[in-house]
Design a protein around this ligand. Structure first.
Ligand SMILES: [Zn+2]
Length: 569
């Protein structure tokens, strides 16, 4: 198989092949064009003939010729391979039956089960009436292929009749062997919501009980277990339908459950996703950040809702999202609100307020907070803590200013508190790896890393610049120096393509200007770090009353300030 893949790639060079789909123009050593996978006006889609790969710097999709076909033609791996083999005139003697068995059959089973559940919905009056009574119309039921699981062994027998192996159906998570060794349907008497992967294939289900089945001792919602085609931390319900609208508006509306999503969709809100159960994972946020910069969340108007909002805010801030809040007032959830008034959500979204503003209102309008100084102090500290995690300094500053206004505490006092929080936080980060899943290094990419990365890209444009950049290597993290010195390394592939994307059609003079600016920024970052360290020395000297050390450090501080000013000019 590997041999056949190689043969296909040899016969179908990636450049010629992709050119058959979209126009490409030269950009440095590579080629660029408008990305077919996200709407854009300036090209960020790069094809590298050397590496036989493509990558889009707008939506961060990328891969080889096979992944291109999978995405463009909406095919799974074996199908894409078959498609390409035909084009290349390559015989696929053994199209990995193992692979076909492992994955292909799971897609087929989920697809067949979905069709079965859909047809059952229209046979079961109680189920159909229940779902209609929740407000979904026939069009939505059809579009999202909502079904009904009668349970017992109905699906099991259906799948066997269709020629599937019970073992495969068990692997797909749709049937199980009971204690007496009999195969039974996993879902019984539930409304079935198919969960789709990014290309829109059903890979799992959520089943919701209703009516007589809805007793105390059964869970309201049951999901398919994870399988080799379903990883629940990677799938966001509804995204396969809403991603285009999300990227068009750069805004995503986050709702809790499938019903909320479906009602919102039906009422014309086409840029939503449902986090159903898992909450946001890193993978979700990374994926969404590529297509959106604003998240609108809805939260209950009580303490629990406020806490949930603050948790989400904290997480989203680290990805540099703008966060706005909507509230459904007296309604329990969006689904309920929309059932009463289909225009409700659109109106509420128009009135979304930034999360911090929402909090100011909640906290500072309270008589208790205004009167109790200690309480007010705690509230202000709490908010500064949240703000300290904002990734963008300009945004952070904006909100500290607003906080000053809302609380009546001076900017100077708030700034001082904030810098204390920031330095404690960076100390804590240095001394121990954080246990939160979001504060992983990769998401805390420092400014130095960002600058160094750009310099690496710049170094690939020509050798003269490369040599000039290397004369400043003392300021750069070693990993980036290695990348410049070994451009052939596998790990540098992405930066090579980024180079074409960023500088592919840039003239020499602009490149020089870019170089000077980046080196300046790099040196400034270096000086800032020295400045921080010196400031610590000054504080310590003050504390213990060591005048000599104090004077010395102050002198150094002045020198650094002068150097920084010189650089800035
Ligand atoms: Zn793209």
């Amino acid at each position: 198989m590997a041999k056949e893949v190689d043969l296909i790639k040899e016969k179908l060079p990636v450049l010629d092949f992709i050119r058959g789909y979209i126009p490409l123009t030269p950009a440095g050593r590579n080629f660029k064009g408008l990305c077919p996978f996200h709407p854009e006006k300036t090209p960020s889609f790069i094809v590298s003939p050397d590496k036989q790969r493509w990558h889009c710097f707008g939506c961060a999709e990328g891969g080889d010729i096979i992944t291109f076909v999978m995405k463009y033609e909406n095919l799974e791996f074996p199908e894409a391979l078959r498609f390409l083999a035909e084009r290349a005139g390559v015989q696929l003697r053994a199209l990995n039956p193992q692979h076909e068995r492992e994955f292909g059959v799971l897609y087929d089973i989920n697809e067949e089960a979905k069709n079965f559940y859909v047809s059952e919905l229209y046979k079961n009056t109680a189920a159909y009436e229940y779902i209609k009574s929740r407000g979904l119309n026939d069009e939505t039921l059809k579009e999202f292929e909502i079904g009904f699981s009668p349970g017992g062994e109905a699906l099991t027998l259906h799948l066997i009749k269709k020629g599937f192996d019970v073992n495969d159906a068990t692997r797909a998570g749709l049937i199980y062997k009971n204690s007496r060794g009999l195969y039974r349907d996993r879902f019984e008497g539930r409304i079935m919501f198919p969960i789709y992967n990014h290309v829109g294939k059903p890979v799992a289900f959520t089943g919701r009980v209703f009516g007589a089945h809805a007793t105390e001792d059964v869970p309201k919602y049951v999901n398919s277990p994870e399988t080799s085609v379903f990883n629940k931390s990677r799938v966001l319900y509804g995204l396969h339908k809403s991603k285009l609208e999300i990227s068009r508006e750069r805004t995503v509306v986050v709702v809790e459950g499938q019903m909320d999503f479906l009602m919102a969709w039906q009422c014309g809100v086409r840029n939503a996703v449902a986090v159903s159960g898992t909450g946001f994972t890193e993978f979700h946020l990374e994926k969404l950040r590529r297509i959106a910069d604003t998240v609108i969340g809805s939260f209950d108007n009580d303490d629990a809702g406020r806490k949930a909002m603050e948790r989400m805010l904290d997480m989203l801030n680290r990805y540099d999202f703008h966060v706005s809040v909507i509230s459904f007032g007296e309604f329990k959830d969006p689904a309920e609100a929309l059932q009463k008034d289909p225009t409700y959500m659109k109106r509420v979204i128009e009135k979304a307020v930034p999360a911090f503003e929402f909090m100011f209102e909640r906290y500072f309008n309270s008589e208790k907070v205004r009167k109790d100084l200690a309480l007010k102090d705690r509230v202000v500290n709490h908010m500064l803590n949240l703000m300290s995690r904002l990734k963008n300094p300009a945004t952070r500053n904006h909100w500290v200013e607003k906080l000053s206004f809302a609380s009546g505490i001076s900017m100077t006092a708030l700034d001082e508190k904030l810098s204390d929080i920031l330095s404690t936080a960076s100390d804590a980060k240095k001394s121990s790896a954080s246990n939160s899943e979001i504060t992983k290094e990769q998401f805390e990419e420092s400014r130095v890393d960002m600058i160094a990365k750009r310099l690496v890209s710049l170094s690939f444009t020509n050798d003269k610049l490369k040599d000039m950049i290397l004369t400043n290597k003392e300021y750069m993290p070693q990993g980036f120096v290695n990348a410049i010195e070994h451009p052939e390394a596998e790990s540098v592939e992405m930066l090579q393509m980024q180079s074409s994307y960023l500088f592919g059609s840039t003239d020499e003079k602009t490149l020089q200007g870019e170089y000077l600016e980046l080196i300046k920024q790099l040196k400034l970052e270096h000086l800032k770090r020295v400045q921080d360290a010196t400031r610590d020395i000054i504080r310590a000297a003050e504390r213990i009353g060591n005048d000599e050390k104090y004077d010395e450090a102050m002198k150094k501080m002045n020198e650094i300030s002068k150097q920084m000013n010189d650089l800035k000019q």
